[in-house]
Ligand binder design. Structure first.
Ligand SMILES: [Zn+2]
Length: 415
């Protein structure tokens, strides 16, 4: 048995407070969108800090920050530092800061196998700015598409390609980050749950068994814009009605398929006005489940409801899939190790993640991956109210440390 490493909760709390100065919002929470100044500064701070700790620190071709304890392959712990707009202080940041705390304290306490631990901070996990998501981890996994990378842009037309160049990266070499993949013996990610299940089970920590897949769509409905007062009922071709039908269908599908989530999170009239019958409406559709067939069924039913309503109201629909990821099961062997860290006789809750994470990209590419969740107060996330207590975060980081050191002992000898 490896000597035990005691995670220092005060130091973890200080690290979180320090990184969350980057992009801190006056009313609480943080905003560090990928490749904006606060996010770039946070990663530069991390790189510099890892170097100061005597780690082999580097930024790869995709902008991911790595810190190695020396040996490769390593047990790599990590997450991301980018956030959504008006985001929380724990999503991503907890996993990176816990990895840094475990890595540095294992080394300074000369814990056996500490050199086989490493940390990664993946770039652009949230994907909100360029409609991407897990860009850094998918580059490492070898599943990032060159065309997607070239086309990625903000709604205002700012291209990811150009932004990467402005920050000193060569966009043509982003896919070369996949060379790091062979150095990851195992990937372990500590993350806030972003849901209420651990809270309802009165448990600070849980183990993740699988990650839901998703299917995201951009939907446009075309009808006929016309005068709100003079257009009679029979003549109306209201493009917003099929969108409304889709919203209601999403809710019905969730009732019919337990464990599935279907959301129309963005719906609007294009060039709309209070005195015009909507002529063009658009909406998003986001469907998630750990069951691949359920995702397909749900998408078909919701799109059918939109199509059918469009036919009733003289409109036509175009639906384009914007993103698709298959559900994945996390590695059984890694899960078994994380179970052991709970201690004999204790059993941590095991749950599926309904949110996507960098672990998903790596697991899909065959990297043995595991995740540990920390309880989220009130299940709130992606908002300034996102909160996990210091003691819960410390306990989660302790499980991360114990599991990482056990896994490091099992790694094949590298170089
Ligand atoms: Zn996250």
């Amino acid at each position: 048995m490896s000597a035990r490493l005691d995670v220092d909760g005060d130091r973890l709390e200080r690290l979180l407070a320090e990184v969350n100065l980057f992009g801190a919002l006056p009313a609480g929470g943080v905003e560090r969108l990928a490749w904006t100044e606060p996010e770039v500064d946070a990663r530069a701070w991390l790189l510099e800090r890892c170097g100061r700790e005597g780690l082999e620190a580097e930024q790869d071709e995709a902008g991911n920050i790595w810190a190695w304890g020396g040996a490769r392959p390593a047990v790599v712990m990590g997450s991301h530092l980018d956030t959504v707009p008006n985001g929380g202080s724990f999503d991503g940041a907890l996993g990176v800061m816990a990895a840094l705390e475990v890595l540095t304290s294992a080394r300074s306490a000369r814990i056996p196998n500490a050199e086989r631990l490493a940390m990664v901070c993946f770039a652009d996990e949230e994907g909100v700015r360029f409609s991407t998501g897990m860009t850094g981890s998918r580059a490492v996994a070898g599943t990032l598409d060159a065309v997607e990378l070239q086309d990625a842009a903000t709604p205002a037309g700012e291209r990811l390609w150009d932004v990467l160049s402005e920050h000193g990266l060569d966009p043509a070499r982003v896919l070369d980050a996949r060379d790091r993949r062979s150095a990851i013996g195992t990937y372990l990610e500590l993350h806030v749950e972003q849901g209420r299940r651990l809270e309802s089970e009165d448990s600070a920590v849980g183990l993740v068994t699988s990650i839901a897949g998703l299917s995201c769509w951009h939907i446009h409905v075309h009808g006929q814009a016309n005068h709100a007062g003079t257009t009679q009922l029979a003549d109306r071709r209201d493009a917003l009605l099929p969108v409304a039908a889709g919203i209601l269908a999403a809710r019905q599908v969730m009732q019919a398929l337990p464990g599935l989530a279907a959301t129309v999170g963005d719906a609007r009239v294009v060039d709309g006005s209070g005195n015009i019958v909507p002529g063009h409406a658009q909406c998003s559709l986001d469907v998630r489940s750990t069951d691949r067939d359920d995702i397909e069924t749900a998408v078909r039913r919701i799109l059918d409801a939109i199509e059918s309503s469009a036919a009733d109201h003289g409109c036509h629909v175009s639906a384009e899939q914007a993103k698709a990821m298959a559900p994945i099961t996390l590695d059984d062997g890694v899960l078994a190790i994380t179970r052991m860290t709970a201690g004999t006789g204790q059993r941590l809750p095991e749950l599926a993640s309904m949110a996507g994470h960098d672990a998903m990209a790596l697991a899909a590419a065959g990297v043995p991956s595991g995740m540990i969740f920390v309880r989220s107060r009130g299940g709130l996330s992606h908002c300034p109210e996102e909160y996990s207590s210091v003691s819960d975060c410390t306990l989660g980081a302790q499980h991360l440390a114990d599991a990482a050191l056990l896994l490091a002992r099992e790694l094949p000898a590298g170089h």
